[in-house]
Write a protein that binds this ligand. Structure first.
Ligand code: SF4
Length: 350
């Protein structure tokens, strides 16, 4: 039996029952794929059900307001995914009369959709013979064929795509794609793969050569940039100042607080000066002598060391530019990065 048939047979017996596998609606498949990028299945399930209930079709997602979408996305991280989701929904609804593109070549032109996602949608929804290559597939193929070309090199990407295309079942591309990814998720796992339960163990070169632990091979990651952020959490009675993050930086469109960035061991005096300059009509009535909370927050290419100072003010504070003065009770209605949510939770504000 060929590898594709073996994988499909195994998949039909062992697959997990996941809601997006019970539909061929390209909208729902696209939604699930965007949610699952950089997200574990267990976490993605809740968000999938939240989004399909709130926006059961592409038109409702297109017409929704961006702040509400970001709020629903809160906790998933990588917020550019949510913004691209909205932009693409609007494009399909308003420019394509609500009809989802049907071919890989058109699907890949959608914002936020790369080769993997386009192949997944084209094969799952329309049975187009396009092989998916995600982290699971890289791992399975690199072991099955014992390949030492780094998976994150240009050469590796091309090689693994060709291998996957070569193995793909032309009759059942949807099942084959699901099967190879499921094998990587359940059996050919990064650590301690369950080779004794693997349907293709007899054909696995890494198993035979004893090189499983060295596959897949990866080039070293780019260095993480360190950012230090000192937040001034400015409060006046029942009000608090939030800032909408704009520009091409992390957390675009989300809310955090006024801040001073990249000064090592920033002192209370400097933070006070910053608050006075930003809100000249206000008067600081109290500021903690040291940060109340400190966190280290990791993003894909950035390490953020954040410190939070509570600053009480009197006098006038008003909305200005990116700053908004809101009721503290209302803060849970604003989409905030996970780091800020953690601080709000730890201080009992939400
Ligand atoms: Fe992965 Fe082991 Fe199966 Fe090879 S035999 S494909 S290493 S699970």
């Amino acid at each position: 039996m060929d590898i594709d048939e073996q994988l499909i047979l195994w998949y039909l017996k062992e697959k997990r029952d996941l809601p997006w596998r019970n539909t061929t609606d390209p909208y729902k498949i696209w939604l699930s794929e965007i949610i699952l990028q950089q997200t574990r299945v267990s976490q993605g399930l809740d968000y999938y059900s939240k989004f399909t209930s709130a926006y059961p079709n592409v038109g409702l997602l297109a017409e929704a307001n961006e702040e509400e979408i970001l709020k629903n996305w809160q906790g998933l991280g990588y917020y550019s995914r949510a913004r691209n989701l909205h932009a693409t929904a609007k494009y399909i609804h308003y420019e394509l009369n609500g009809v989802f593109p049907k071919e890989y070549d058109s699907i890949i032109k959608l914002k936020g959709v790369g080769p993997y996602t386009a192949a997944a949608i084209a094969s799952f929804a329309f049975k187009e013979a396009k092989a998916v290559v995600d982290g699971n597939v890289y791992r399975v193929l690199s072991r099955l064929f014992d390949i030492d070309t780094p998976i994150n090199s240009t050469e590796g990407k091309k090689l693994f795509q060709e291998l996957a295309d070569g193995l793909l079942s032309r009759e059942k591309p949807d099942l084959f794609n699901q099967a190879i990814m499921e094998l990587g998720a359940l059996v050919c796992t990064p650590k301690k793969p369950l080779c004794l339960h693997c349907p293709v163990q007899g054909k696995c070169s890494a198993f035979e050569n004893g090189s499983i632990a060295d596959r897949p091979l990866k080039l070293k990651k780019t260095k993480q940039v360190l950012r230090r952020i000192d937040y001034a959490v400015i409060e006046k009675g029942a009000e608090i100042v939030v800032r909408k993050r704009e520009g091409r930086d992390i957390w675009q469109g989300l809310y955090d607080f006024a801040s001073v960035e990249n000064q090592k061991d920033l002192e209370q005096e400097s933070l006070s000066n910053y608050v006075r300059e930003t809100f000249p009509e206000s008067k600081i009535t109290s500021i903690s002598s040291a940060p109340e909370k400190s966190y280290t927050h990791l993003l894909s290419h950035q390490k953020i060391e954040a410190r939070f100072w509570r600053v009480q003010v009197s006098g006038t504070i008003e909305d200005a530019g990116v700053y908004r003065v809101i009721a503290k009770d209302d803060i849970d209605n604003y989409a905030v990065p996970r780091l800020i949510h953690r601080f709000l939770e730890d201080t009992g504000m939400v």
